[in-house]
Write a protein that binds this ligand. Structure first.
Ligand SMILES: Cc1cc2nc3c(=O)[nH]c(=O)nc-3n(C[C@H](O)[C@H](O)[C@H](O)COP(=O)(O)OP(=O)(O)OC[C@H]3O[C@@H](n4cnc5c(N)ncnc54)[C@H](O)[C@@H]3O)c2cc1C
Length: 467
């Protein structure tokens, strides 16, 4: 993944804008560039565009949307911005937070109104750290539906997405101005394609074990649950071009992946009044702080295994997610008439699980915080039939990356933008800061869609200025 000098003979073909990667960020960028009147080509490594976007629940946080208003949910970009800032421990540049918080609502509505994505708000449970119900998803609550609908939008707009096309190098002038890319095909043959502006939308470095070990040592041995083709190419090109890297130890983890089934169990199982115990049947944390930071907490438990304990009422809420339905189909969700029987089915010490359950119910009843500081305010008691899933913690995606400004321009170490290079989604530094605990639910697709749209518009402006 190198940066090369521009070939002496130039390029056989040139397009105004190239986008690297056909995930949510890349396709949003391409739609936006196209709308802004410039020709754009997307280059994608895989034979079918999937990316981490397809693995996600496809939920995008946005404030002040008409979908929220229709449900009577009061919210504003300012409230959203303060939630992002608080969760990220004040580490993230205020201007970027303001940009994404303000643009998220219009971006979700843009996708809905212009491209027909039928969003609705997840209105029946709270995501940790969000002061309002603002997660917007498609009917199946799955990222497969999101990426398929985005791809359909690109197809209908006649935006070429060239598949099996790994961008293996960039061509740049001495001052870092990008002139084109090298494309490697699965059979090893290489082409080159010139461009006037380049958008990096090839996500982060979760699929590069050596980069994870270097930047996020606490996740070195964790399962990576994101797309394996995200190998840190943007970061490596950025370094070669003198770009600034930011928050490289930041990441989104998740403390609730069914094991060994490998299916995401929605955090609704916890937030609606469920809890986690370890293999000793004991509680070990305040789960309500967030699922991202919970990954390392779960992995620190004996064997790196814990159990989500909830009930049928909560399962009804969880069933809106295609992933949860799949977990039920593959037998990951265990059911029992009593907590004692549940313990037996999970091979957990029954007395310890009953004690943990009693403590939680007592905290709900008394309205007090439990010994870990968790508030169960508003949570209903669990009742039969009880449910459980054996889970582990995993790395979902990296949040560090190329520093960008409010126009999604990649910023150099010296602080100036690189003239015609843009980044969005996991290729860019996110808004979570340098810790897993800084990740507010949805920060991933937030910067994929919002920065993607901005990057497309900014790249189009660069092209038009040069005409
Ligand atoms: C299980 C799971 C659940 C999640 N749930 C949510 C959620 O509900 N909400 C949320 O906000 N976030 C969620 N996330 C995070 C979210 O999926 C990502 O933040 C988001 O998809 C990133 O989008 P992207 O376009 O940057 O990357 P991707 O969707 O990963 O797309 C990057 C694309 O670039 C391609 N590529 C990489 N390198 C090259 C190269 N050199 N040349 C050509 N192509 C290349 C890849 O093949 C890939 O298709 C979840 C993540 C996981 C793993």
């Amino acid at each position: 993944m190198s940066v090369k000098a521009v070939p002496a003979g130039g390029f056989a073909a040139t397009v105004p804008v190239i986008v690297v990667g056909a995930g949510a960020a890349g396709i949003c960028a391409a739609l936006s560039a196209h709308e802004n009147g410039v020709e754009v080509v997307v280059l994608e490594r895989d034979s079918v565009p999937r990316g981490s976007t397809a693995l996600s629940a496809g939920l995008i946080p946005a404030a002040g949307t008409r979908f929220q208003k229709a449900l009577g949910i009061g919210d504003s970009p300012a409230l959203f911005a303060s939630d992002i800032r608080r969760k990220a421990h004040g580490e993230v540049d205020a201007a970027i937070i303001k940009t994404v918080a303000q643009a998220a609502g219009p971006t979700v509505q843009w996708l809905a109104d212009r491209y027909g994505l039928p969003f609705s708000v997840v209105h029946d449970f709270d995501y940790p750290g969000h002061s309002a119900r603002r997660m917007h998803g498609l009917p199946s609550r799955s990222g497969v539906e999101l990426i398929d609908r985005l791809r359909q939008a690109a197809d209908e707009t006649a935006i070429p997405i060239i598949l099996n096309a790994t961008v293996s190098a960039l061509y740049a002038e001495a001052g870092s101005r990008i002139r084109g890319v090298e494309i490697t095909r699965p059979d090893g043959t290489r082409d080159s394609l010139g461009c006037e502006a380049l958008i990096l939308a090839c996500n982060g470095y979760g699929g590069a074990a050596e980069l994870v070990a270097r930047y996020i040592p606490e996740m070195r041995d964790a399962m990576y649950f994101g797309h394996p083709g995200n190998r840190g190419d943007a970061v490596q090109w950025g370094q070669a071009l003198g770009a600034k890297l930011l928050h490289m130890s930041g990441y989104q983890g998740h403390g609730s992946v069914a094991h060994p089934h490998g299916v995401l169990i929605t955090w609704a199982a916890i937030m609606e009044g469920g809890f986690q115990v370890n293999a000793n049947g004991e509680r070990f944390s305040d789960e309500s702080r967030g699922y991202s930071e919970q990954a390392a907490v779960v992995l620190a438990q004996p064997g790196g295994i814990t159990f989500d304990i909830f009930d049928e009422r909560i399962a009804v809420v969880a069933r809106q997610f295609a992933d949860f339905q799949q977990a039920e189909r593959c037998g990951a969700v265990v059911e029992a008439a009593t907590v004692g029987q549940l313990a037996e089915r999970l091979s957990l010490p029954a007395a310890a699980l009953e004690q943990s359950s009693a403590e939680v119910e007592q905290a709900k009843d008394a309205g007090t915080r439990d010994r870990f500081g968790r508030s169960f305010a508003g949570s209903l008691p669990l009742s039969a039939p009880f449910k459980a899933v054996r889970v582990t913690g995993a790395l979902f995606h990296t949040q560090g990356g190329l520093a960008v400004d409010s126009a999604a321009r990649v910023v150099s170490v010296g602080g100036d933008p690189i003239p015609n290079l843009f980044a969005a989604g996991g290729a860019a530094a996110g808004v979570s800061g340098s810790h897993a605990s800084g990740y507010l639910s949805g920060n991933g697709l937030l910067t994929a869609t919002v920065l993607g749209r901005l990057a497309g518009a900014s790249a189009a402006a660069v092209v038009k200025r040069s005409e």
